[in-house]
Design a protein around this ligand. Structure first.
Ligand code: OSB
Ligand code: MG
Length: 368
């Protein structure tokens, strides 16, 4: 397959409701879509960088720059046997995993479409459906929080994750445990705590959480090793794991017992599958994280979640939790049992709604 052309597009999409984490509030997304033309077959990907560098170093702007000025010149006109070659070709570019993951995913989609097969099958997926959880942002009141949790449970979601930060941690968890003693509950701090806050995190252990996600610094493996020694609750790492090497270090050193895998954070399917395989060997369960993606990024998260060690419910939720109208057809739906079924069509198995995408586009560049 020859990489003939790529199209970059920035679309703007309003979230149904603002999403607050320890690092800020998101109301409108600036989403970078990547369309790759391989021998005339079009594949779609999403570079999942945020608007700000507060979760990870990349932003929508940096991803655009790296894709146009460094990734495109590397891939232009290349003959590829398969999409798994992309990661190696881009190895010279350090970091910028979200930019790499956006194009890599588009090439995988194109390869699967050209073979007429679902992407999840060519990835080696074995799960016909994936269990779903939700990620619930920081709310103004405990009442608002309990209502949001109740709605998610009524919709069937199998696991509830709430965002925490200093001042919004023990109380909300305690309240949820009173109201919902039996649910699968976890928290995500997005690096809002420091090692010396361990006694506070220890208090959370009274509420038997499934895991505590990324309590300490985004690059602090050692801090998590020390913290995990003090906690019985498993630590799950998100921000810290941006490569297979970081995953190996975290596992070998005991920094975590669970890993959240995000395609963008690790740079695409090739590193994501390696981390998946490593975790499987070491009996570390993984789950698929989310980045408030449009339907394109979400479709890729669904495909990734078909791999066998994605045994815990992910942050892969229905389109309607995020958007008034999603950019794919059909929209992502969650069954009353709280699962998403793997699609049966070729590629990502969802069709981009080109008319809607055009309307939402604020910037477009064709690289040929
Ligand atoms: O830490 O998992 C995270 C959203 C943006 C950035 C980081 C995170 C999140 C979420 C939302 O938790 C997951 C989703 O529903 O897409
Ligand atoms: Mg997280």
């Amino acid at each position: 397959m020859q990489v003939r052309q790529i199209t970059l597009r920035e679309i703007r999409m309003m979230l149904i409701a603002p999403f607050e984490t320890s690092f800020g509030v998101s109301t409108q997304r600036r989403i970078l879509l990547v369309e790759a033309d391989l021998d005339g077959v079009i594949g779609w990907g999403e570079a999942v960088a945020g608007e700000t560098p507060y979760y990870a170093p990349e932003t929508t702007e940096t991803a655009w720059h790296i894709l146009r000025d460094f990734i495109w010149p590397t891939l232009k006109g290349r003959e590829l046997q398969c999409a798994s070659e992309v990661w190696g070709l881009l190895a010279r570019i350090r970091g910028h995993n979200m930019a790499k993951g956006g194009i890599e995913a588009a090439v995988w989609d194109a390869e699967a479409r050209s073979k007429g097969l679902p992407l999840w099958k060519i990835l080696g997926g074995t799960r016909e459906a994936t269990p779903c959880g939700v990620s619930i942002g920081i709310k103004n009141t405990l009442e608002e929080l309990t209502e949001a949790v109740q709605r998610a449970l009524s919709a069937g979601y199998q696991r509830i994750k709430i965002k925490i930060k200093p001042g919004w941690d023990v109380e909300p968890v305690q309240r949820l445990r009173e109201k919902f003693p039996r649910i699968r509950l976890m928290v995500d701090a997005n690096s809002a705590y420091r090692q010396e806050d361990w006694p506070l995190l220890k208090q959370l252990e009274a509420y038997y959480l499934m895991m505590i996600e990324q309590p300490l610094g985004w690059d602090d493996i050692y801090g998590h090793v020390e913290l995990q020694k003090k906690l019985e609750t498993p630590i799950c790492l998100d921000e810290c794991i941006h490569s297979e090497e970081q995953a190996r270090a975290a596992i070998e050193l005991g920094a975590c017992r669970i890993i959240n895998v995000k395609l963008g954070r690790v740079g695409g399917y090739t590193p994501a599958r390696r981390i998946h395989d490593l975790c499987q060997q070491r009996q570390i369960p993984v789950w698929c994280g989310g980045m408030l993606e449009s339907g394109i990024g979400r479709a890729h998260n669904i495909a990734l979640s078909s791999l066998p060690n994605f045994s815990l419910p992910g942050d892969v939720a229905a389109s309607r939790r995020y958007w008034e109208a999603d950019i794919i057809e059909p929209e992502v739906e969650v069954t009353p049992q709280g699962t998403i079924r793997m699609p049966t069509g070729p590629g990502i198995g969802f069709s981009p709604r080109l008319d809607l995408i055009e309307k939402l586009t604020v910037r477009k560049e064709i690289l040929a």
